[in-house]
Design a protein around this ligand. Sequence first.
Ligand SMILES: NC(=O)c1ccc[n+]([C@@H]2O[C@H](COP(=O)([O-])OP(=O)(O)OC[C@H]3O[C@@H](n4cnc5c(N)ncnc54)[C@H](O)[C@@H]3O)[C@@H](O)[C@H]2O)c1
Length: 425
Amino acid sequence: MNEKALTFAVIGCGGRGHCYANCMLHEDPDIYKITSACDINPDRLEYSRNRWNLEKDQCFTDENEFFKEKRAELLVIGTQDRDHVRQAIKALELGYHLLLEKPISPVKEELYALLEAQKKYNKIVLVCHVLRYSPPFIKIKELIESGAIGELRLIESLEQVAFWHQAHSFVRGNWRREEDTSPMIMQKCCHDMDLLQYYAGAKCKTVYSVGDLSYFNAAHKPEGAADNCSKCKYEHTCPYSAEYGYITRWKEKGSPENLWPFNVITRDYPLTEEKLRYAYANGPYGRCVFACDNDVVDNQQVLMTFENGVKVSHTMTAFTHGSGRLMTFHGTLGEIQFDSEGEKPIKLLVFGKEPEEFTMNELAHDAAGFGHGGGDYFLCKQLYDMIKCGAPANTTLDASVESHLMALAAEESRKSGKPVEIIHK
Ligand SMILES: NC(=O)c1ccc[n+]([C@@H]2O[C@H](COP(=O)([O-])OP(=O)(O)OC[C@H]3O[C@@H](n4cnc5c(N)ncnc54)[C@H](O)[C@@H]3O)[C@@H](O)[C@H]2O)c1
């Protein structure tokens, strides 16, 4: 093996596990060497084994077997929200560095337990706040710090979930129930919370939030609708129907053989219309969005004040046509407008001067095709330098925990109807 190679293993070989493995192996399979995989689902494990050219004895369906010994320098943890800390602490005890999916955990005590373990074992724990590595998001920070808009006073932020994404992930899918995974404001907005504290340049002090599950419930089920879209008279007209989500949208994307979110409803690749129709007619992703067991919110707003006086309003809503983030940064001398999906995502408006725009090409030239505006790819690239060359990270586990405390405070406020002050340890 190349002596410069970074060995890594993956636990949780689903969408995110594959995403990071792909980024690393795309960069250079001699430099990033995958040595082991673990997934409780034998079919996913077998698919991953073939894709990553692993031997049978390098693959595990039981995490206890997997954690019997250290199998690489780095462990990628891509399991579900409630598994992360248990597995991260076992891995730290074995001496792994970690690339840990977000959210770390929706349980405050677990956040502190991980911080303690990381300090005890002194290993890198990089939480996948991928937007910290995405060039347009980094550019915004540079502009704020350059003083171009004077002193930052206020941030407005909108997380557009998109109507079809809400139906897929948060009504029918994995993240529909808080007790199984995490509250929506943590699941969908923990990147936003992280970015907002990064841009504000201080710790969050108080949080007030409102929000509810306003639409995806039995009260809004249309007259005579069936419990499965494949049998429903509204199948061709309901914007939330599985036919729209998994057939119309799949065709609009050029009928790809293997692409999220279509590859979540069946892993029988290459995808075809017949396989997709069969999957939703016979599985959870064909359920009527008004007859599921979901309980996470479909809209939420959060007002935050930071220790340096910066004020932030953040809105997350299912009811948007497209996805992505819209943000405006108001400073004493100007404004920055940001549209994460725009051709020219950043507009700098210094008061009294001509506007200046920044295109994606200038910002993310060699990350085209990788998720999160190139963040997935750049994060993996930086991980190598951190582990092998001692390079600094773009963020710390302490900062990641801080963003989770903001999300937890927002949820506490939403439920209690009262503002919550964040107590920093
Ligand atoms: N960073 C981001 O922007 C981002 C985006 C999407 C999802 N996520 C997070 O990534 C994580 C995974 O999401 P996903 O979309 O890849 O889900 P997924 O369901 O596609 O993958 C999870 C995998 O973990 C496996 N698994 C479950 N329990 C296990 C266990 N005990 N041991 C081993 N394997 C186990 C499942 O079989 C599955 O293959 C979640 O925590 C999610 O919140 C992060």
